[in-house]
Design a protein around this ligand. Sequence first.
Ligand code: GLA
Length: 410
Amino acid sequence: MKKITLLLAVCFSIISFGQGNMHTQQAGKFEGLAMTPPMGWNSWNTFATNIDEKLVKETAHIMVSSGLATAGYNYIVLDDGWMTHNRDANGDLVPDPVKFPNGMKSLIDYVHSKGLKFGLYNCAGTKTCAGYPGTRGYEYQDARFYAKLGIDFLKYDWCNTEGITAKEAYTTMSNALKTAGKPIVFSLCEWGDNQPWEWGKPVGNLWRISGDIYPCFDCEFKHPENWSSWGFMKIVDMRKDIRKYSGPDHWNDFDMMEVGNEMNDTEDKSHFAMWCMMASPLFTGNDYRKMSKETLAILTNKEMLAVNQDKLGVQGFKYAVVDGVEVWVKPLSEGAWAVSFLNRTDSLKKITFDWKKNVFKDADFGYEAVFNTTVFKIKDLWKNKETGNTKKVFTAAIDSHDVVTLKLIP
Ligand code: GLA
């Protein structure tokens, strides 16, 4: 028995040492790295694995020159497809030398020199979703690799994970990152299959709550391999009951945005409004080099971004549906509220909303707006205009799939 114990101890030390775990083991995520929903760009929605150095440099350049960076977008995240298909002789991941001819480190240094941050992607399984080397069994080694590169963000996916427990796999990687010592935002991409909101708070800074987004209002796109991607309102509908789990440094992630991709400007505007109302991380997923001025205006709308980035960090909720128009509300700091009237129907709707007959009650966080005792000033956030107060009945004509967002200020 003693011999077996000794043998196990030796094996364990070898494995730990093999993974280079010579530092004291640390546990728990890096705290405080995402006190407001993180904002940036991710390559996947538009480029899939067709990514390279030129794309990253051009994206970084436009992020700064267009005003996106000033608006708050500062992470450039390379999703799946940045590696070669094999690890090197030491077991390290290898950035694709054709896509990144000057190496990953110099590209990251370049992105940092623009005042931006940089993120990479991998998977908890044996392979990534696109078939590149996954991290399973290499957690500490990969964490050190990322720390050495100096990345600021890691998206960690969930393909090819047969036989692994999500909570354990994500906890192992979180501990590995902590042990490697470089503060890195840890983004769990487990699609909500194993309720990451219930166990993810000490593990990561954000977690996906759904399968992949699809650039449509509320369609379901069925892939031939028997999985679905979801229109943005489908994602919003899907997880309406988990808002209490989201907050500063532990966000429900509604997925990278499709603004500027295949929808029209009206739907893009509603999509963006909902991501702001939900306090979702805001990762743009479009090609900046082809961005229209309308898309840029949506993404950099200051008033809407302030709703998303509000320091209270409370995810909004659906308050009511009036004749097919959904009323979404979000408590903000200093007693203010954001209210979005979203026309879910296929025709124009004229709405009348008598504030004084309504009380907004946030059952999860305890906030309340009682309109017959408190008068709020109203600001239309898309028009950037003050429009009276809540003593008066509010009326608006809202196009199909369009949204009106107001800020109520006590
Ligand atoms: C999964 C993720 C996506 C993307 C791809 C990459 O589908 O949910 O966001 O990262 O993998 O292969």
